[in-house]
Design a protein around this ligand. Structure first.
Ligand code: TXA
Ligand code: MG
Length: 338
C-alpha cells in the first residue's frame, strides 16, 4: 500500500464549523477515507455507494472482506432508501433510539454494493448521535460506511490519537473531536429474524429494546458457523478488540493471579474496583462500579496500558446484569489467546 499523508483536523465537538467539515466531506465524495468521532467509538468512513472507496476501508484496516460494515445515515428518510423493507418494528426502534447507538440489520436495497455487506443481502444501519458525524454526513451528502477506525482485531479507538497510532499513512484525514463518550461499539440487532436477534451487545440493553418491541433473541444461533459467508457477526471471531498485552479476565477479584504474577517478577496492571496496596511492579487502575462509566473508560485504559510496557493485564470479574453485557463481551474476546 502506498503511504499517504494523514491530515488531522481538530474540531469543536459541540458545534463543528461547516467550513472545517467541508474538506472532509469533499474527501468522502472523492472516494477517500476520513476517520471521525461518533458517540460510541471513532469510525473509519467512506462513501457507502462507491465500491472502490469501500474497498479501501478493508485494505486500510486489514479487515476480512466477508465482515460487513455499518452504514451511517443522517436521518430516517435516508435509512429507508437503503432497504427494501422498512418494517413497523424498524420504525418503532428508530423513533425510540435514533440518533443513537443501536444498529439495525435489514434487507438491503440494490444501491448498496455487495462489498459493504460482505456479499450478504442485508445491511446494517444507524444514525450516529454526534455533531461531527452528523455534520460530515450532511456535508458528504452520501451514506457513509464506517467500521471502528482501528486495524482489524485490535482495540477500538476512543481518541483521535488511537486512530493515528493504527492508521497513520493509510487514510486521508482524521477529524479530532476529543474522547468519545460511549466507549464501546453500538448494539447490533438483526430485524431479518423473527423475533429480532441481538448480534452484538452494546450500551442499549436487551431489556430496553424489549420494552419497545417485545421479545428478542440474544446471541448467535447454535448452528452459526464461521465458514458461512457473510459472517453473521464478527463476534464469531472470538478474539477481537484485543490489546497487544495478554489480558487475563479473573473469575473473582483477581488477587490470586496478581500475587502469583508478581511473585514471578512480572510487571503487571490490574483493572479492579477497589484501591490496592502499592507494589513497585504493579499499576492499579480503579475502575468505575457503573457499567456505562466502565465502558466509557475501558478502551482508553487498554490503549494506555499497551504503551506502558506491562507484561500482563489482570481484570477483576465484572458484576452481572445487562448493564455489564457490552464490557463483559469485549473483555471476554480480548482475553482469548491469539
Ligand atoms: O458503534 C459502532 O457501531 C461503530 C461506529 C463507528 O459506528 N462501528 C463499528 O463497526 O463498530 P464495526 O465494523 O467495527 O462493527 C460492525 C458490526 C460487526 O459486528 C458486523 O459483523 C456487524 O456490525 N454487521 C454489519 N453488517 C451486518 C449485517 N449485514 N448483518 C449482520 N451483522 C452486520
Ligand atoms: Mg470494530
Amino acid at each position: 500500500m502506498t503511504k499517504i499523508r494523514t491530515q488531522i483536523l481538530v474540531i469543536d465537538s459541540q458545534s463543528p464549523a461547516p467550513a472545517l467539515i467541508q474538506p472532509a466531506g469533499d474527501i468522502i465524495k472523492a472516494g477517500g477515507l476520513v476517520a471521525f468521532p461518533t458517540e460510541t467509538v471513532y469510525g473509519l468512513g467512506a462513501n457507502a455507494l462507491d465500491p472502490q472507496a469501500v474497498a479501501r476501508i478493508y485494505e486500510a484496516k486489514g479487515r476480512p472482506s466477508r465482515n460487513p460494515l455499518i452504514v451511517h445515515v443522517p436521518d430516517i428518510a435516508s435509512a429507508r432508501k437503503l432497504v427494501t423493507e422498512w418494517t413497523e418494528t424498524a420504525e418503532k426502534l428508530a423513533q425510540r433510539f435514533w440518533a443513537g447507538s443501536l444498529t439495525l440489520v435489514l434487507p438491503k436495497a440494490p444501491s448498496i454494493p455487495d462489498i459493504v455487506t460482505g456479499g450478504g443481502d442485508t445491511v446494517a444501519l444507524r444514525i450516529p448521535d454526534h455533531p461531527i458525524a452528523l455534520a460530515l454526513l450532511r456535508s458528504a451528502g452520501v451514506p457513509i460506511a464506517a467500521p471502528s477506525a482501528n486495524r482489524s482485531n485490535q482495540l477500538s479507538p476512543t481518541l483521535a490519537e488511537h486512530v493515528f497510532k493504527g492508521l497513520d499513512g493509510r487514510i486521508e484525514m482524521i477529524l479530532d473531536g476529543g474522547a468519545t463518550s460511549g466507549g464501546v461499539e453500538s448494539t447490533v440487532l438483526s430485524l431479518v429474524e423473527n423475533p429480532p436477534r441481538l448480534l452484538r451487545p452494546g450500551l442499549i440493553t436487551p431489556a430496553e429494546i424489549s420494552a419497545v418491541i417485545g421479545e428478542i433473541q440474544v446471541g448467535l444461533p447454535p448452528l452459526a458457523h464461521a465458514e458461512k459467508a457473510p459472517l453473521l457477526s464478527p463476534g464469531m471471531l472470538t478474539r477481537h478488540y484485543a490489546p497487544q498485552t495478554p489480558l487475563i479476565l479473573a473469575v473473582d477479584d483477581g488477587t490470586a493471579q496478581v500475587e502469583s504474577l508478581l511473585q514471578r517478577g512480572q510487571k503487571i496492571a490490574w483493572l479492579t474496583f477497589t484501591p490496592q496496596p502499592p507494589h513497585p511492579n504493579l499499576q492499579v487502575v480503579v475502575m468505575p462500579q457503573n457499567g456505562e462509566e466502565y465502558a466509557s473508560r475501558l478502551f482508553a485504559e487498554l490503549h494506555r496500558l499497551d504503551s506502558a510496557r506491562v507484561e500482563s493485564i489482570v481484570v477483576s470479574a465484572l458484576p452481572s446484569g445487562e448493564k455489564w453485557m457490552a464490557v463483559a463481551d469485549r473483555l471476554q474476546r480480548a482475553s482469548q489467546k491469539p
